[in-house]
Design a protein around this ligand. Structure first.
Ligand code: F6P
Length: 321
């Protein structure tokens, strides 16, 4: 395989705090290895349209602490076709790009695999607040999103306690409950509703509220649950008589400065992605497992199944009594 001389980096799908730290690491590592580096704007759409510009060593100064992504991001349906992939590969070639780093989630990795198979070696870096990527313990943005939600719930608890209310809080996570579970545990919620588990509202919420002498309660609901958070709030009020308020945290969870953990992991993953391309290796996802920096074949990574940590789910129920 010919030596890779010029690489591109893009962010794809929903943004996540820490993506900028990863971009910075990719750029600085590229300079370390003597590679040229360009930033591709708006994800795969930018790659198809040739929307890109060179990234100087200092162009990534003072972005380590910024949320969002300086490269912007998009979800591009046109790219997910054979024509889209070949247009992207041709545009990369005509711009002299012979290796690519894609920061995003599962959907973005499918694109990275297609590109690698079509002759553009591509490395995926897990970046999503949802932490729903099986090959890694940890995705960039998850820790920050948890912290933002926990801080918001601490505030809700103050007002909830003053008024003797129940606060139902809807959090993000797409179709997965990883984010909700950690947020629920860290904020001392009475119950956490996640899409992966049935929740017996009577046993896990109404009976507990009736049995307790507490003045306030927090219930965390993942956005992916079949039952809506509004329905949960309504049912709690109807069945317990406790005044209940719903707060939907929404995109607040995706903004703001990344936590130290997100920055450190983003930097490790960013470096590893470039190191692989420099060695002529593509079609990999970089990951962190048991604190170790590793990488997998993209298809192998996509085939892995992730499950809710049973022990944490059980502990959450025990300590919420
Ligand atoms: O995947 C990240 C995420 O924030 C999910 O938690 C959420 O379901 C989705 O993106 C929201 O997407 P959008 O920003 O397009 O509304």
């Amino acid at each position: 395989m010919a030596k890779i001389k010029k690489i591109g980096v893009l962010t794809s799908g929903g943004d996540a705090p820490g993506m900028n730290a990863a971009i910075r690491a990719v750029v600085r590592s590229a300079y370390y290895y003597g590679l040229e580096i360009v930033g591709i704007h708006y994800g795969y759409r930018g790659l198809m349209e040739g929307d890109m510009s060179p990234l100087g060593m200092r162009s990534v100064s003072s972005i380590i602490q910024r949320g969002g992504t300086i490269l912007h991001t998009a979800r591009c349906l046109e790219f997910a076709t054979p024509e889209g992939v070949s247009t992207a590969v041709e545009t990369a070639r005509s711009n002299g790009i012979d290796g690519l780093v894609v920061i995003g989630g599962d959907g973005s990795f499918r694109g990275a695999k297609e590109l690698s198979e079509a002759g553009l070696p591509t490395i995926g870096i897990p970046g999503t607040i949802d932490n729903d990527i099986a090959c890694t313990d940890y995705t960039i943005g998850f820790d920050t999103a948890c912290n933002i939600a926990v801080e918001a719930i601490d505030r809700l608890r103050d007002t909830s306690e003053s008024h003797n209310r129940c606060s139902v809080v809807e959090v993000m996570g797409h179709r997965a409950g990883y984010l909700a579970l950690d947020i629920g545990v860290a904020s001392g919620a009475l119950a956490v509703l996640i899409p992966e588990r049935e929740c017996d509202l009577k046993k896990e919420i109404y009976d507990k509220i009736e049995a307790h002498e507490k003045s306030h309660y927090i219930v965390v609901v993942s956005e992916g649950c079949e039952i809506s958070s509004a329905q949960v709030a309504k049912l709690i009020e109807e069945n317990t008589g406790m005044t209940t308020r719903l707060t939907v945290l929404g995109h607040i969870q995706r903004g703001g400065a990344p936590s130290a953990l997100d920055r450190v992991n983003a930097i490790k993953l960013g470096y590893r992605a470039v190191d692989l391309l420099y060695k002529g290796i593509g079609n990999r996802v970089v990951a962190i497992r048991s604190s170790e920096l590793i990488d997998y074949d993209i298809q192998e990574a996509l085939d892995m199944k992730k499950t809710i940590p049973e022990d944490l789910y059980k502990i959450a129920q025990i300590v919420s009594m």
